[in-house]
Design a protein around this ligand. Structure first.
Ligand code: MN
Ligand code: MN
Length: 460
């Protein structure tokens, strides 16, 4: 009977039963590079600048104004306002044959400082914040935070801000109530226990010498002025992001997992990036996108709905074909993370169709919620194509769905790529504690997502 089962049943296996010593070593090497990238890329801007540094080292050059159609083997990138990045390696075939694109995002949930953030209360200085993306607010209290971002000055120059990354630098925190006095708070729902306006970041406590009010606020502003030459008015034109200060670490006694902030979706962004940096002369032009603003709907000039993508592809096409013609023959892997089955919370997943740690890159035919709403729902033919591509390249993959029917759901950039007449499917790394300040992935799945991207770029 077992023989018949093996013949007829789809029986996914734990990845560690499928790979040998050489592949395990390759996996470890790959994850070292990923962990270093994740440690260096705490914001979308840093994810872009770090990717450019790696791309230039691999021979990529900025797309010049005079460039015609992309040449076979040519390696170019377009830095979209420092917040999203588009890279390409010219294929042997012309752009009219379409291109293979990996689309991931590099923005992650965080606490953004408001434009007038600074105030003091009871002689303590604070920054007010407005959270970015979907967070469980209680998770962001009582953990160490760093401040990263940029302040645009009136004279047109900008000042980059990083406070808390260096070991000697001070860090920040959002305080929470002690349990002794939390009787009322503990009666509230988890959604209401910590309210958005209470996510204020403690910024200082020593008053400025002299008489009068707002002395701690003045002292904090004075320190910012000493360090960065800025005033309170300059904060109006600033983007300052408070992000978890945790180092990226190996997890588990067997070191098989990775813990870190921002793995959604820098884990897939790095997989795409590492794959395209090793792509030399693909059949079809390879394109890699590190997009911004996915967590708030792919909006804005640096989001995936932006025409910046059309502008980039138009430059690669030159006068050889229209962007639309090229789109219609293209293939997109929307590389974004998916929810892994959490044995502590099995009730939110339907086990047969849930992604599992160490089972490889997760394909999602559809995402969305309430009857697949908001999904691009890849065609059967496209799923079949990806199955073949990955099996031929020795990529371990699993088919998965983000949570039980009507449990909730989520979206990616997939529908915005499909809107453009590009065949698109979601594939990415299963994550535990997604959107938490410290997310968990399995090294094996990170590595297989990279192999999946390599196989896609290497396809006919
Ligand atoms: Mn994501
Ligand atoms: Mn997300």
């Amino acid at each position: 009977m077992d023989e018949k089962k093996n013949e007829l049943f789809y029986q996914p296996k734990n990845g560690y039963d499928l790979i040998g010593a050489a592949e395990r070593t390759a996996c470890e090497d790959y994850c070292k590079g990923y962990m270093a990238y994740l440690d260096a890329a705490r914001t979308e801007r840093e994810a872009v600048s770090e990717a450019i540094r790696l791309a230039e080292a691999a021979g990529f050059a900025p797309l010049g104004d005079d460039a015609g159609p992309i040449r076979p083997g040519q390696k170019v990138y377009l830095n979209n306002r420092g917040k999203s990045l588009l890279l390409a390696v010219g294929g042997k075939k012309p752009m009219s044959a379409g291109f293979v694109v990996g689309a991931a995002h590099v923005d992650s949930p965080r606490l953004d400082l408001k434009q007038l953030p600074l105030f003091e209360d009871a002689e303590l200085g604070y920054f007010r914040t407005h959270y970015y993306g979907g967070i469980k607010k209680y998770q962001w209290t009582a953990i160490p935070l760093e401040l990263h971002g940029t302040v645009a000055l009136k004279d047109g120059t900008a000042v980059d801000v990083v406070i808390g990354r260096d070991k000697d630098d001070p860090q920040f925190v959002v305080t929470d109530l002690l349990p002794h006095l939390a009787a009322d708070q503990m009666q509230k729902t988890m959604a209401k226990g910590v309210e958005g306006e209470k996510l204020c970041i403690l910024a200082g406590s020593v008053p400025y010498a002299g008489e009068g009010g707002d002395r701690v606020k003045l002292a904090v502003m004075s320190l910012l002025n000493d360090r960065y030459g800025i005033t309170e008015a300059d904060l109006i034109s600033a983007e300052l992001e408070a992000v978890p200060a945790f180092d990226v670490r190996e997890l588990g006694l067997d070191r098989s997992m990775i813990g870190g902030y921002g793995q959604d979706d820098r884990v897939c962004a790095y997989a795409e990036l590492a794959a395209i940096l090793q792509t030399e002369a693909p059949e079809r032009t390879a394109v890699c996108i590190l997009a911004d603003k996915e967590e708030i709907g792919s909006v804005g000039v640096s989001g995936m709905r932006s025409q910046a993508f059309e502008r980039f592809i138009a430059r690669l096409c030159g006068d050889t074909c229209t962007v639309q013609e090229s789109f219609s023959h293209s293939f997109c892997v929307s590389a974004d993370v998916t929810a892994a089955l959490d044995p502590m919370y099995p009730e939110v997943s339907e086990k047969q169709n849930a992604a599992r740690l160490n089972y490889g890159v997760g394909f999602c035919k559809y995402t969305g919620s309430r009857g697949k709403s908001g999904a691009s729902d890849a065609s059967a033919e496209l799923v079949g194509y990806l199955r073949r591509l990955c099996d031929d390249a020795g990529v371990v993959w699993q088919m998965c769905e983000l949570g039980k029917v009507d449990q909730g759901g989520g979206g990616t950039v997939a529908l915005y790529m499909a809107d453009r007449d590009i065949d698109t499917i979601d594939a990415g790394v299963p994550v535990l504690s997604m959107h938490a300040p410290f997310e968990t992935t399995a090294k094996f799945d990170c590595y297989m997502t990279y192999k999946c991207m390599k196989a896609a770029y290497g396809a006919e």
